[in-house]
Design a protein around this ligand. Sequence first.
Ligand code: GRF
Length: 204
Amino acid sequence: MTARLAVLCSGTGRTLLNLAQEIEAQRLPAAIVLVLASRPDAGAIEHARRHGLAVRIVGPATHPDRAERERLWVQALRESRPDWVVLAGWLHLLPIPPELEGRVVNIHPALLPSYGGPGFYGDRVHGAVLADGRLLSGCTVHFATAEYDRGPVILQEAVPVLPGDDVHSLAARVFAAEKRALPEALRLLISGRVRWNAGRIAWG
Ligand code: GRF
């Protein structure tokens, strides 16, 4: 069974590219039916076009009225009829329509519930982990809810923080883990081995 994915991006699109490559290598039984970009300069747009994926651009720069862009996000999602919505470097709170509850997943570059929430994105996350002297970091794939980075956790992969690490070396190690964890989490969801059950994770 081929799952329909809508992938939402605000940034470089490395996560989108990784998913497209996993699908092309037949390691993920899915098709990307929509790429929704929130910035006209998002690198994700170029990756999407190169892989022949449908792209919509709706964000603060193109649609300054927040209610209007939220309406357009939901409309674009509904039109694409996704099985799963993937927040892949998406920097906004997505209003989740009732029929997509438990179908929206986010990837975060830390071991939630630590180092998540508003303002914790990109290098700020890794800088905080280093400043606190943590010995472990990692990534988390979780169901998205109405609060940033708070939904039930599907999968985490830990990585060591090594002596001499800076934000860039730690970010690279965490992203390498993300490249494994997000496709694995999607495989668990697509196969039905993990599912959302009234706001909690159900296995089997
Ligand atoms: C990743 O660190 C991910 O955890 C976070 O956004 C970053 C990826 O963005 N949500 P991109 O794919 O490079 O645009």
